[in-house]
Each structure stands twice: as C-alpha cells, then as structure tokens.
Design a protein around this ligand. Structure first.
Ligand SMILES: C[S@@+](CC[C@H](N)C(=O)[O-])C[C@H]1O[C@@H](n2cnc3c(N)ncnc32)[C@H](O)[C@@H]1O
Length: 221
C-alpha cells in the first residue's frame, strides 16, 4: 500500500533518516534486553495462536525479530519507507506496506482478515498529529469485533525521551503527551476499554503507572 502521506509526511522523513541506525542504536542500549524480555513475555501471554496480527508502525520489524508468526497471519505497516526497507530485508516473504494510521485508512492486504481473532499492535510507536480519540478510534477499527484487541507500548510524559525520542530531537514535536486517564477516557469515547496495563521504566523495572516511562496497554471492545 502506498500513496500520499498527508499529515505524516514530515514524520516519515524523520524516521527515514533514523532507519539505517535504528536497530544498532537499540541493540546497544544496555537496558534493551531487560525491556524486551518484559514486553515480549507480556505479549506472548496475549497473542492467541492463529490470530491475525497487524503491526501498526512496524518499524524495522521489532515484533518479528522477537516473535515467530506465520507469514499468512502478519501484516506490518509504517509511514517510513526507510524503516520498511529494513523490515523487508530481515523478513522476506512477510507482508509490509507504507501506510499511516492517520492518512490511509483502511488498508489491509485483502487476505489479512482470514485469521481470527485479530490483534492490532502499536509497539513504541510515536503517534503524532493525533488526538487520543482519533488514534484509538482508528486503531480500534483494526481490532473491530468481539475477541479482537489492541496491544500497545507507549511512552509516558515523564520520559526523558519526550525531549528527544531516541536522541532525535526532530521527533520531539510528534510525541503524544498522554496519561493513562487520557487513554481510558478516550477509549470509552470510542467504545473501547483498557482491560490491562502495566508501567515500566527504562531498564525494564515494573513500577506504578504514574511513575512509569513506558505504558503497556491492552484495549478491547
Ligand atoms: C519508535 S518506532 C517503533 C518501531 C517498532 N514498532 C519497534 O518497536 O521497534 C515508531 C515507528 O512508528 C512509525 N509511525 C509513526 N507514526 C505513524 C503513523 N501515523 N502511521 C504509521 N506508522 C507510524 C514510525 O515510522 C516508526 O517506524
């Protein structure tokens, strides 16, 4: 899927600039392994075998790098062609498309809906130009019927990364400044609800959500 990324164009260019070094930068962070282990184990408990996964803001393929999933049941999309090139290189045969949560809805490959239930994932995705209702409404449509859900890891406002996500200050204007209360309220407005969450700090220590740098969320209808 490709086409005009109207509202997401400047952000997609910022991610294109990051794509080449993204994996190495993360791999080199001492806290990455601990954070990953925590999130991957949380995800594994919530990904039913046979579910279709839609990986919103798939980046360079973080999810497939860590969790094996059948090709026919995976679709990853991202606004950045640079990020998508890396993902395709590492995961040949998997379906990826250039698409924005904001600008290019709807856009599944036609066979994506074969699996059931459906799980939409938004892992460490910088969600820009969005108000919380718009985001949740759009992502909620990816997981649109009973049994489907949305799993996400988001940055919390306390994170030092707000000023320069991943050390990239060109991304700072795009970080969505939210709280769990905002997300819960917005979810209700669009007919979804937060069914599970936990907060953790850089380095993977779990803490009360109010002290967290990251928030892991499960949202369902
Ligand atoms: C911090 S990276 C996370 C990538 C990957 N999920 C991971 O965990 O490594 C955020 C990704 O979201 C993508 N992104 C940001 N806004 C988006 C949007 N509106 N629609 C689709 N992708 C978006 C970026 O291009 C980038 O690849």
């Amino acid at each position: 899927m490709s086409g005009a990324l109207t509202r997401s164009e400047p952000l997609s260019r910022a991610y294109d600039r990051w794509a080449e070094t993204y994996d190495e930068e993360y791999a080199e962070r001492p806290e990455t392994a601990t954070e990953d282990a925590l999130v991957v184990s949380w995800l594994r408990d919530r990904l039913p075998a046979g579910a279709s996964l839609i990986d919103a803001g798939c980046g360079t393929g973080w999810l497939l790098d860590r969790i094996e999933w059948p090709r026919a049941l995976y679709y990853g999309f991202d606004i950045s062609t640079g990020m998508l090139d890396r993902a395709r290189e590492k995961h040949p045969g998997y379906a990826f498309g250039q698409q924005s949560v904001v600008d290019q809805w709807p856009g599944y490959p036609h066979d994506w809906r074969t699996g059931t239930p459906r799980v939409a994932l938004a892992m460490w995705m910088v969600l820009n130009h969005l108000d919380p209702e718009e985001l949740l409404l759009t992502l909620g449509r990816f997981a649109s019927s009973e049994g489907d859900r949305l799993l996400a890891v988001l940055r919390m406002p306390a994170a030092p990364e707000l000023a320069a996500p991943g050390g990239h200050d060109d991304l700072a204007p795009y970080v969505w400044n939210h709280s769990l209360d905002d997300i819960e309220t917005s979810s209700e407005i669009v007919g979804l609800r937060v069914v599970d969450h936990f907060g953790f700090l850089y380095g993977g220590r779990t803490v009360p959500v109010k002290d967290a740098h990251y928030l892991a969320l499960e949202i369902a209808r």
